[in-house]
Design a protein around this ligand. Sequence first.
Ligand code: B4P
Length: 205
Amino acid sequence: MKNGRPKIVLLGPPGAGKGTQAALLASQLGVPAISTGDMLRLAVASGSELGGRVQGIMASGALVDDATMADVVRDRLDQDDARQGFLLDGYPRTLQQVQTLDDHLAETNRPIDAVISLLADTDEVVARLLRRAEIDGRADDNEETIRVRLQVYADQTAPLLEVYRSRGLLVEVNGLGEIDEVSDRVFAALDAQGKPETRELVEPQ
Ligand code: B4P
C-alpha cells in the first residue's frame, strides 16, 4: 500500500451490494466509506440547492452530470478523515469521472490501491432492489427505473472495468451469496493480489 491507509474504489451494477460491502470493508480498514449515492440522497432530503437539481435525475435512474459529481467528490476527498485513505462507493461511474478522479488524486499524491468489482447477475440484482423497495421505499427502486439503471451501468460504467484491469488494479469478486461470504471473498481477493494490508484491522471509531 502506498501512502497511508487503503484507497479503494468499489464498482458494480445497482444491487450488486456496493453499499452493503462498503460499510463493512470501510470499518474493517479504518477508512471512511464515501457513497456518492448516499451524499446525493442526503442533499435531496435536506432540500438543498444540489438536492433540488439532482432529485429528478436520480428518480429517473440516469446519472447526475460529471461536473456536479466532480465538485461533490473533490470536497469530500479533501476532508481530513479521507486524506490517508478511503473507500469510494459509486464513484467513478463514467470515463470522465475516472479522469477527474485521477487528476485529483495525482494532485494530492494518493494513488488508488485497488478497484473491487462486485459481480451479480441481472435477475438477482433486480430481486434485491425490489426487496429493498418494500423496506426502504427508495424513489429509484421500482422495476422500470431499475432497468434504466442497469442499462446506464452497462453503457457508461462497465467500460471502466477494462480501464482499471489494464492498470492491474481490478479485483473481481462474486457478489452472490450471504453478505459475510461476499466480504470474506473481497478480503481474500485483495490479499491474493497483494493489495492493501487488508487485515491491518482498525477499531471502528
Ligand atoms: P447509488 O446509491 O450508488 O445506487 P446503487 O447503484 O443502486 O447502489 P446501492 O449501493 O444503493 O445498492 P447496493 O448495490 O449496495 O446511486 C443512486 C443514484 O445516484 C444513481 O442512479 C445516480 O442517479 C446517482 N449517482 C450516484 N453516484 C453517481 C455518480 N458517480 N455519477 C452520477 N450519478 C451518480 O445493494 C442493493 C441491495 O442489495 C440492498 O438492499 C442490500 O441489502 C442488498 N444486498 C446487498 N448484498 C446482498 C447479498 N449478498 N445478498 C442479498 N442482498 C444483498
